[in-house]
Structure formats: structure tokens, C-alpha cells
Design a protein around this ligand. Structure first.
Ligand SMILES: *[C@@H]1O[C@H](CO)[C@@H](O)[C@H](O)[C@H]1NC(C)=O
Ligand SMILES: *[C@@H]1O[C@H](CO)[C@@H](O)[C@H](O)[C@H]1NC(C)=O
Ligand SMILES: *[C@@H]1O[C@H](CO)[C@@H](O)[C@H](O)[C@H]1NC(C)=O
Ligand SMILES: *[C@@H]1O[C@H](CO)[C@@H](O)[C@H](O)[C@H]1NC(C)=O
Length: 451
């Protein structure tokens, strides 16, 4: 951390004073290890729109008398431009949080983040009843606290605020369950990120019970302990507004003929790195973005008429999927598969896409193989990976060479097409020559005389 501060100071980005560092250009203020002595340096953070507090000893302030605010302090709080506050590496006594949080109602803070914090004890939230806060986004990352179960009373005291919250993230926090009642409080929540926790198949159904998170559009369950595709589908069925679901980095298994229907609004589906060796069905019917990268897929043989972006990089495909199955497709990622050749009729269709990536495949640089890729590159649709990411694995004399450098001129590639006409011309010339010769020297060809 010190190195970073020195670096920033060296770059002249920050003005140092006390323990807070303010970057005027970015309206960003960072305070380290604030103590009672250095707390005055917060003053310079007043013009910042983002303020971070790292380290320090909050527990000292538990006994601090926090009286009601006088009108001038309230006016000052209202004039602050700070929109986002980050607390990191702190021990947060919940009693203190409960006492301080209501003062946020006088500010315009919209985003509150707690990173690597430990919440201690249990505060009384009764004073927060019917309090509105301007905070719309609340994030907890790598935090430890008392379990959520059994805290419905606390949540109901906070409900008039939580009912208006739009974004909630609780990541890397060992969450194993979300009680049904909690989801019902978050009536306006649009985005819930519970990545990197320990939610299992059985804990999802109660979390998304009837009436929970009725407005939820974005849900990340990345890197949890989910295994059943079918049971995830059943669990999120009631989230009617759900548009974006991230199940990446779970180890999902195919269920025998699952009949569950995904929410119809679902447009973005992330199944990256979920251990798939076949495409799971059913898929949401109106998908626009499907990420199945980093799996063990050998073939992809599904039709999705609304799909726009398909990510199949890092799989074991030996051939690209037929683009005919995706009439709306504009982006296709086939990097790092086992594709040896893009068939020429596919290349023509791929040429209609906006963005195709197919680097890191073991290409067979026959004339049609290399020619197809060169044609695609010529249309300007192969992304940044071209040409350095496209190398030949066969035939032996091209091994290791760039596909770009394989000569694919007509003479080298289609020798039959060139040589046949040349032979015919030569043959014709030969015949013509012979006839001329005969005509000019009629005596040359003599009938055989029988002696
Ligand atoms: C998580 O938070 C703890 C403190 O609660 C801290 O010691 C640890 O370094 C943090 N881990 C990461 C990866 O930030
Ligand atoms: C993951 O789930 C399995 C059972 O489905 C359980 O045995 C295991 O303890 C869980 N792991 C974690 C980290 O919660
Ligand atoms: C899917 O999730 C992975 C992380 O697991 C991420 O890297 C990738 O960008 C996501 N894909 C999309 C389309 O958002
Ligand atoms: C490359 O293509 C040629 C011609 O189609 C074929 O004979 C050869 O077996 C292929 N090589 C590999 C390694 O697939």
C-alpha cells in the first residue's frame, strides 16, 4: 500500500497532508489508518466525489458521544459532493454503524462499499425505522459478520431504506444461505451479486421464494457450490424480470431430460467454466448472449434464433457450429479449440458477422484451409488475434508457420486447374505443328512399300 502511495505522490497526482491523499483531477480521496490525531486531514477530502478509508481503529469510537446534528452540520453534509464511500481493512462495530448510518440521509452518497471488513457484535437498528437513505448501491467483499439467519427484525427496521436499494453485492463472504424473508425486503433490487460464496443447490430455492427480489434483472451466482442445472432453473423460475444470469465457475451436471422453463426475459447467460461436455438443455428461448467458454464441448448443435453473441473459446470443438442456426449472430469466439479448417461455405457466412475470433486452433494449412482464413481476414472480421495467433499444425512443411504466410495463389493451390488447360494448349500446338510439317513437306510421310 505504501509503495502505491509513494508512486502516486511521485506522479504528482496527490497532495499529501496528514493521512488523507486527495487527487484533484479524479475528485478521489484516500485515507489510511486514520486515528484521533490525524482525523483532521479528512478536511481535504471535502471536494472529493469518491472517498476511501483504509485501516484504522473504528472500535475506539464506539463510546464517542454522537449527538443529534445541529442545522449547520446538516447543511454542510448536504453540500458535500461525495457519492461513493469505500471502507477497507476495518473492524466495524455494528453498534457504531447503526448510529452513524442515519446521518447518511443528509448526504448524497449513493454507493457504499465495505472491503475486507469484519463486522463485530450486533447493533440496534430500531432507530433506523422509517429512515430513508440516498444509498442505492451496497457492496460487501471479503467481509465477515454474524450469520444473516435470524436477523429478520434488523432487516425490517432497515426496510424503508432497503426497499429502495437497487444494487447489492455480497462476494467472497462465505454465504451459505439467503433466508426467504430477506429477499422480500429488497423490493426494488435490480442487481444481486453473490459470487464466490458457498451457496448450494438446496439453498437457492428458499432464497428466491415467491415474492423475493421481484424486480431482479441481474443475478451473479459465479463460483458457488452449484451442481444441478435443473435445480438452478427451478429456483430462479419466479424471478420474472431476470435478464442476466451468471452461473460461471460452478461444476454443473446434466440432468436427465429437464423440463424446467427459464424466465422468458433471460437474455444473457454465462455458463463459462462449468465443466460442460455437452450443451445443456433447455436453454432460455430468447437468449442474446451465451458464454460457454472454458468447457469440454466437442460439438454445439443448438439453434437460437435471437442469439447475437456466442462465446465458445477454450473448448474441444473440431468444427465451428453452423452459423445458419443463429441468424442474428454478430460475434463468435472460437479461440483455442481443435478446429483444423473452416469450411469454405461457413467462411462465406462468417463473413457476415461483425467479429469472429478463431486463434489458437491447430490449422491444417491446405490451400482451402489457409485460403478460407485468409479470405476471412481479408474481409476484416478476424479480431486482434490475426495474424499472430493463427499458425499451421499441418501439413509438415508448414508446421509452425503463420497461416497468413501460406501461399494460396491459383498456381500453387489448384494445379489441376492450371495444368490441364496448359496441356491441352500444348497438345493442340503439337498437332498443329505436325500438320504444318506434313503440308510443307508432303513427301515426308511415305506409305509403306511392300517389297
Ligand atoms: C480478507 O479480509 C481479511 C480481513 O478480514 C484480510 O486479512 C484478508 O487479507 C482479505 N483477503 C483478501 C484476499 O483480500
Ligand atoms: C458443496 O456441496 C456439497 C454437497 O452438495 C457439500 O458436501 C460441500 O460441503 C459443499 N461445499 C462447500 C464449500 O460448501
Ligand atoms: C462470464 O463469466 C466469466 C467469469 O467467470 C467472465 O470472464 C466472462 O466475461 C463472462 N462472460 C460474459 C459474456 O459476460
Ligand atoms: C489436412 O488436409 C488434407 C487434405 O484434406 C488431408 O489429407 C490431411 O489428412 C489433413 N491433415 C490433418 C492433420 O488433418
Amino acid at each position: 500500500m505504501n509503495v502505491a502511495v509513494l508512486l502516486l505522490l511521485g506522479l504528482g497526482l496527490l497532495e499529501a497532508e496528514g493521512r488523507c491523499f486527495f487527487s484533484r483531477t479524479q475528485e478521489h480521496c484516500v485515507c489510511y489508518n486514520l486515528s484521533q490525531e490525524s482525523i483532521g486531514s479528512i478536511i481535504q477530502c471535502l471536494p472529493a466525489s469518491v472517498v476511501e478509508f483504509w485501516g484504522g481503529e473504528l472500535e475506539k469510537y464506539i463510546a464517542f458521544p454522537i449527538s443529534d446534528l445541529d442545522p449547520s452540520t446538516i447543511e454542510m453534509l448536504g453540500s458535500l459532493i461525495v457519492r461513493k464511500i469505500i471502507f477497507g481493512d476495518l473492524l466495524v462495530p455494528e453498534i457504531l454503524l447503526a448510529r452513524v448510518l442515519r446521518f447518511f440521509s443528509y448526504t448524497h452518497v449513493q454507493e457504499l462499499v465495505f472491503e475486507s471488513c469484519i463486522f463485530e457484535g450486533r447493533g440496534s437498528w430500531a432507530e433506523m425505522a422509517n429512515q430513508d437513505l440516498p444509498i442505492l448501491s451496497l457492496r460487501f467483499h471479503n467481509v465477515t459478520s454474524a450469520p444473516l439467519t435470524g436477523r429478520e427484525q434488523d432487516f425490517s427496521s432497515l426496510s424503508s431504506w432497503l426497499e429502495t436499494l437497487q444494487e447489492l453485492a455480497v462476494t467472497s463472504a462465505h454465504v451459505t444461505s439467503l433466508p426467504c424473508g430477506i429477499g422480500r425486503v429488497f423490493r426494488a433490487l435490480r442487481s444481486l451479486d453473490v459470487a464466490q460464496n458457498s451457496l448450494g443447490d438446496d439453498s437457492l430455492m428458499p432464497a428466491f421464494c415467491e415474492g423475493a427480489f421481484p424486480q431482479l434483472q441481474v443475478l451473479s451466482l459465479q463460483h458457488n457450490n452449484l451442481t444441478s442445472y435443473h435445480s438452478v432453473c427451478k429456483s430462479v423460475q419466479l424471478l420474472r424480470e431476470l435478464q442476466h444470469l451468471d452461473l460461471s465457475q460452478n461444476k454443473l451436471m446434466a440432468d436427465p431430460s429437464s423440463s424446467c422453463q427459464w424466465p422468458v426475459a433471460l437474455r444473457i447467460f454465462n455458463l463459462s467454466n462449468t465443466g460442460l461436455d455437452e450443451v445443456l438443455t433447455p436453454l432460455p428461448p430468447s437468449l442474446e448472449v451465451l458464454d460457454m467458454s472454458c468447457n469440454h464441448l466437442h460439438t454445439v448443435d443448438v439453434s437460437l434464433s435471437t442469439l447475437k453473441k456466442l462465446f465458445l473459446n477454450q473448448n474441444m470443438l473440431q468444427a465451428p457450429p453452423s452459423v445458419r442456426n443463429y441468424p442474428m449472430l454478430d460475434t463468435l469466439d472460437l479461440d483455442n479449440n481443435l478446429i483444423t479448417e473452416l469450411p469454405l461455405d461457413e467462411v462465406k457466412l462468417l463473413g457476415h458477422l461483425w467479429d469472429v475470433a478463431a486463434a489458437g486452433n491447430p490449422y491444417n494449412c491446405t490451400c482451402s484451409g489457409a485460403g478460407g482464413l485468409q479470405a476471412l481476414a481479408g474481409m476484416g472480421h478476424l479480431g486482434q488475434g490475426w495474424p499472430q495467433g493463427y499458425t499451421c499444425h499441418s501439413p509438415p512443411h508448414y508446421q509452425g508457420r503463420l497461416v497468413k504466410d501460406v501461399p494460396v495463389s491459383v498456381l500453387q493451390c489448384n494445379s489441376a486447374a492450371v495444368i490441364a488447360p496448359v496441356c491441352i494448349i500444348l497438345a493442340l500446338l503439337g498437332v498443329a505443328g505436325a500438320i504444318c510439317l506434313v503440308r510443307s513437306r508432303p513427301g515426308l510421310i511415305q506409305p509403306c512399300h511392300k517389297v
